[in-house]
Design a protein around this ligand. Sequence first.
Ligand code: DOR
Ligand code: ZN
Length: 337
Amino acid sequence: MAPFQLQSPLDMHLHLREGDLLNLVAPLSARAFAGAVIMPNLVPPVDNAARLDSYRAAVDTAIGDAVFEPYMTLFFRPYTADELEAMRSRIVGIKLYPAGVTTNSEAGVRALQEAEPTLGLMQELDIPLLVHGESNGFVMDREAEFMPVYEHLARTFPRLRIVMEHITTRQAVAFLDRYANVFATVTLHHLVLTLDDVAGGLLAPHLFCKPIAKRPEDRDALLAAALSAHPKLMFGSDSAPHPQHSKECAGCAAGVFTAPVALPMLVELFEKHDALDNLQAFVSDNARRIYSFTPAPKAVSFVKEATVVPQRYATVLPFGAGKTVAWRLSETGQTLV
Ligand code: DOR
Ligand code: ZN
C-alpha cells in the first residue's frame, strides 16, 4: 500500500511544559507536526512579555533544528491596550481559563465582567480567544453548562474569533453552527473514549483528563464532525504530559499524553471510517483558514505497518502504551509547494 501523506499537520492545542519535561516532549511533537498552539498554563502562567519571550526561547531550544513553529499564547488576565499591541505579533491567541477548573488555572477568570474590557481590545486587535469552557458544576455537565457563556461572548463580541477548546459534547458540536465567530478544537482521545473507558472498569488514570470523556452519543457526535472535516473544527491534541508518579497515585493529575501517537492513530481512525480524504482538512487546512496563518511546508508520510506504541517515554506514559497501531510515521521532509 502506498504511503499516506499529510501536508504541514498542525496541533492546535498542546502542553509542552518546562524543564526536563519540555525537552522530552517537544521533539516528539516537532517530528510529527509543522506547528502547534502552545498552552500558557505554567507556574507562574505565561502572562507578560518577559515570560512569553523566555518560554519561547526554551521551546525553540527544545525543538532544535526541526521544522516546527510554536504558536505561542498568553494566559488570560486583564491586559491593557499597550500590552496587547506590544505582544500581538508574538502570539496567536489568548487562553482563558475559568479559575480553578483544571491544572494550573488558579490565576484564571473569576468574574466574566472583569474580562470584558480586555475581550473588547482583543476583538479590535483581532487576537483570537481560546477558551477552556467548563463551569464549576457537576463534572459531566460542566461543558454543557458553559454554553450560555459562549453564547454571551459570541453575541457581545461578534468580530472576536472564539475557539472552544477540546470540546467533548454533542451540544458543543451543534453550537458550532450557530455563530460565525465560534470555532473548536477536539482531541484524539475524545474521538475514541467515553467515561466508561476511564472509570467503567478498573480506573484508568492515564485516560483521566479535563474535560472528562463523556457519553457514547457525545463521542459519536464529535467523531462524525471530525470525520466529515467540519470546517469550523480543528485537531488539537491537548497532549498534556504528567510524570508517571503524578498519574499513578491518589490525586491523579488530569491529562492524556498523546503527542507521539496522535497522527498515526488519526490516520488509522480515519481510514477505518473510510474518511482519509478528510484528514488533511481536519489536521491542517481548517486551522490555517480559521487562524489565517500559513505553516512552513512539511510533508509527513505514514506507512501501513503494524507498530507497537512504546510503554513509556522516560517518565511519561503515552496514550495507547503497548497497543498496536496500524500505521507508522515514516518520514518528514520539506515540500516544494
Ligand atoms: O486534562 C487536562 N490537562 N486538561 C487541561 O485543561 C489541562 C491539562 C494540563 O495542563 O495538564
Ligand atoms: Zn489543554
